[in-house]
Design a protein around this ligand. Structure first.
Ligand code: XBP
Ligand code: MG
Length: 252
């Protein structure tokens, strides 16, 4: 197989956004909307099983007040709260509250230099992605050939639609690509689209199962702190980048 493209998830994969970013923005939006809801770190970990912020709000509402969550305007109300949340999140990102995970910027640049196409396939809203890339990569956010995000598809991960859209936009077949994910729903989405997947876990996802992944690692790796984990079942430690990934694909 000729490796032509990398397709990246954002939340949890390129940046550790969930606990100290999205979660905090949801809580700010709840307060601003006059709700006494507060998502602590543990609760938020459970709620991450529902992908998409608007969907996550509705899921929680169904748990705490099922009758009200069945009202005819519940979905619209979730949309309003979610729009407020997006405003708070973008503001936090613009203020520099969230950085890329260690080793990500290196891996992106090496991949670009290796001539690969770079795409994003994420569940989060596009405004969040562009704000994060501008705040962390500056003018280099043009590194990406395509950003497929949020409501661009009717069903969110674990549905493969967002990966299929990204592939269509960059003109690549699944077997020509490798995906990078951090979570079970994301891995399922990439796998269902037929894309070999490297999983870089974080504190919310380290205990999840990723059977059949190309690699499962604890990060991207820096010279001071190499990534460690397994590549197709065998222990591995090093820096994740185009050379390592191409070797894993060849050896498969
Ligand atoms: C990310 C998500 C998103 C974010 C919040 O999943 O599920 O919902 O938590 O973003 P993935 P929005 O990393 O698998 O893409 O509030 O903009 O939906
Ligand atoms: Mg993710």
């Amino acid at each position: 197989m000729g490796l032509r493209a990398f397709v990246f998830d954002v939340d949890g994969t390129l940046a550790d956004t969930e606990r100290d970013g999205h979660r905090v923005a949801f809580n700010r939006a709840f307060r601003e909307s006059g709700l006494d809801w507060e998502w602590d770190e543990h609760l938020y970990g459970r709620l991450l099983a529902t992908t998409g912020g608007r969907e996550r709000i509705l899921r929680f509402w169904q748990e705490v007040d099922p009758e009200a969550a069945r009202s005819h305007d519940a979905w619209q109300r979730c949309g309003e709260i979610h729009a407020t949340k997006t405003r708070h999140y973008v503001r936090m990102v613009e203020a520099g509250a969230i950085g890329l995970r260690p080793g990500v910027e290196r891996a992106l640049r090496e991949s670009r230099e290796a001539g690969l196409r770079l795409a994003i396939a994420t569940t989060t809203s596009e405004a969040n992605v562009t704000a994060l890339m501008a705040a962390t990569l500056g003018s280099d956010c043009a590194l990406f050939d395509c950003i497929a995000a949020g409501d661009a598809v009717p069903r969110k991960k674990p549905d493969p639609a967002i990966y299929r859209l990204a592939l269509e936009r960059i003109g690549c077949e699944p077997r020509e690509c490798v995906a990078f994910e951090d979570s079970q729903p994301g891995f399922q989405a990439a796998a269902a689209a037929g894309i070999a997947t490297v999983v870089t876990t974080n504190s919310y996802t380290a205990q999840q199962r990723f059977d059949g992944a190309l690699a499962v690692l604890d990060g991207w790796g820096t010279p001071e702190r190499p990534a460690s984990g397994s590549v197709q079942g065998a222990p591995w430690s090093g820096l994740v980048g185009p050379a390592a990934v191409a070797a894993w694909v060849r050896a498969r």
